[in-house]
Design a protein around this ligand. Structure first.
Ligand code: ADP
Ligand code: ZN
Length: 594
């Protein structure tokens, strides 16, 4: 329908322009002879003319032989009489008036342009569901998912069983609200889903709506925050009004931290608009009656920075954590998504799940999709383990940049760098096994050493963290040993080293000298002030961090110098093959230790 109107308007414009051009080009229809004014008077005096047509200042007539003549009457002026007396030839020039159509059109051009621009912006601005809402400045801009269209069910959300259990009660309520209200139960108005990005919060909210068969309004918190004060608040008002009219329903606010950030943050003045919007949100939530049957589901990955007012009873008093999936969860998620593709017999989802620690649901979904794409590109019928492995690498480390131009020297440095990481990790007992080392550039990295934990870990001990420091430093140290040179390639490693070391000392109480105390740094973006500490403490912390890093540095350097031969062999192998895996490293190490 939209396209129909668009086409229609285009054709109208084309027709208009065509007509205009045509009428301009066609010009005056009659062909006539212009005659000087004095000649005309002469003709009158000589009784040549029997009838004339006067139109404004033009006089026209036709002779018996059907020739048209015309003359233009000059304006009255003293000079005219004089000229006539002296029998001067007088030819009046017609002033070239533009076609009436052109004048009207031109005078309308600015308005048409203005209207066009306005229309364009109103449509372009209203991103989700904005299509038809050209007039909706203070409108909510929420996107509506029709219950009939939504096919997402709780079964589509895998691996987050606890969260599913918590929300299933809400499904029951939406299905039979009266049963609950009759029993005098107070149903939560707000449910806050929190967890890392891509863990399936949006999916879960949609599944609630799909399962209960109610409409689902979805909006992102950032949509409330506009340039103009007051619009966010009015959008919130509108959203809730719409929700109440369509109850029972679910209103889903994604990224609620965009509006719901701690109000004191941002210093004096703060963000008036955001604050107003948040206040409006609170007011609306408080205004809910038990029989409104509207449930607000919000999602965030920064639950810690939300304004406490949002979490009070009657508002988002139910908080459901949606965690990153564990091995079993990952397997289920992979299986859910693999329903859509052809899977070969060799595929073992258990192995795949084991090899993807830390992956979110979104990443797993992405991986299956990548695998399907790779399969199609390779002209295969089904996805194999090999394809899945390639897809995993792509999701984990970014696409390979085979076309990137790297000098021989750069390649060599990268090979030593990665071999350094790998060897340190290999030699330190307790570190995550090295899974794969590559010097094919991916994403922003020139090379990569991938380690896979043997089992899921939810907490890390000091030794493990220390080993990590050593491994991270291994890259830079290898460059130093071999080339006596430093490159920027280690920048990211060093950043991570500093971060881990500082956290070990300041947040996890892992330094004996500082003791079990936390000294959190300030987070100015979210208005969290840093901890106040004495100058001595600050010095002590700096010292401890430095010592820790130095110790890791020494350990790693020691490993690399004593195993220089292996370092060279691994590097050579990397230069030959570009990518080597666990078994290949094992072979090299064995060859050089016996
Ligand atoms: P979030 O809102 O937490 O950032 P989404 O719900 O948008 O994450 O997840 C993005 C996509 O990832 C989903 O559409 C789905 O395809 C996939 N996904 C994420 N988590 C899961 C899960 N637990 N089960 C199945 N698919 C998932
Ligand atoms: Zn590195």
């Amino acid at each position: 329908m939209k396209y129909f109107y668009k086409n229609l308007s285009i054709w109208l414009v084309v027709a208009l322009v065509a007509f205009l051009l045509f009428s301009l080009l066609k010009g005056p229809t009659e062909v006539y002879h212009s005659i000087p004014y004095d000649e005309f008077l002469e003709k009158v005096d000589n009784d040549v003319l029997s009838s004339v047509i006067i139109n404004n200042n033009t006089i026209s007539w036709t002779t018996a032989d059907k020739t048209a003549y015309r003359t233009i009457i000059p304006e009255k002026s003293p000079a005219l009489d004089h000229l006539l007396n002296k029998k001067v030839k007088i030819l009046v020039k017609e002033d070239m008036k533009p076609h009436w159509f052109l004048t009207t059109f031109l005078s309308w051009v600015p308005f048409i342009l203005l209207f066009g621009v306005w229309f364009f912006f109103m449509r372009g601005g209203g991103q989700p569901g904005g299509g038809g809402k050209a007039m909706a400045f203070g409108k909510s801009r929420a996107q509506l998912v029709d219950p009939e269209q939504s096919k997402i069910r709780l079964a589509d959300v895998a691996g987050v069983d606890e969260a599913k259990e918590e929300v299933s009660e809400i499904v029951d309520f939406l299905k039979q609200p009266d049963k609950f209200t009759d029993a005098g139960a107070r149903i939560p108005t707000g449910v806050l889903l929190y967890g890392e990005p891509g863990t399936g919060k949006t999916l879960l909210a949609k599944a609630i709506a799909g399962e209960a068969g109610v409409p689902f309004y979805s909006i992102s918190g950032s949509n409330f925050v506009e340039m103009y004060v007051g619009i966010g608040a009015s959008r919130v008002r509108d959203l809730f009004k719409e929700g109440k009219q369509n109850a029972p329903c679910i209103i889903f606010i994604d990224e609620i931290d965009a509006v719901g950030r701690h109000r004191s943050s941002g210093g004096a003045g703060g963000n008036d608009e955001r604050e107003q919007t948040l206040n409006q949100l609170l007011v609306e939530m408080d205004g809910f009656e038990a029989n409104d049957h509207v449930i607000i589901v919000a999602a965030t990955n920064r639950q810690d920075i939300l304004d406490p007012a949002l979490l009070r009873p009657g508002r988002f008093d139910r908080q459901v954590m949606v965690p990153l999936p564990d091995v079993g969860g990952r397997r289920k998620i992979l299986q859910v998504h693999s329903r859509k593709i052809q899977v070969g017999e060799d595929v073992d989802w258990k192995v795949m799940a084991k090899g993807t620690p830390g992956f979110s649901g979104a990443q797993l979904a992405n991986m299956v999709n990548e695998a399907a794409l790779l399969m199609t590109r390779a002209g295969k019928e089904f996805v194999t383990m090999e394809i899945l492995e390639e897809a995993k690498d792509k999701v984990m480390m970014g696409a390979e940049r085979k076309s990137m131009i790297i000098t021989e020297h750069e390649k060599k440095v990268t090979a030593y760098h990665e071999a350094g990481h790998a060897l340190v990790a290999w030699m330190l007992p307790g570190s995550d096994p090295v899974h794969k080392v590559t010097i094919i550039p991916r994403g922003r990295a020139l090379g990569l050493t991938m380690q896979l934990p043997q089992e899921e870990r939810n907490s890390h001990d000091r030794t493990y963290l220390f080993i990590n420091l050593c491994t991270l430093l291994g890259g830079r140290i290898a460059e130093e040993i071999v080339f006596n040179e430093m490159t920027t390639g280690a920048g990211n490693d060093i950043e991570r080293v500093s971060d881990i070391a500082r956290k070990m000392v300041c947040e996890w109480g892992m330094s004996d000298a500082v003791g079990p105390m936390t000294f959190k740094p300030s987070d100015p973006l979210n208005g969290i002030p840093g901890q106040i500490m004495s100058e001595e403490t600050a010095l002590l912390i700096d010292n401890e961090v430095k010592q820790l890093v130095q110790k890791a540095y020494d350990t790693a350097k020691d490993i690399l110098t004593t195993n220089r031969e292996i370092l060279e062999a691994v590097t050579q192998s990397l230069l030959d093959k570009e990518t080597i895996n666990h078994d290949e490293i094992q072979q090299i190490v064995q060859l050089h230790t016996t």
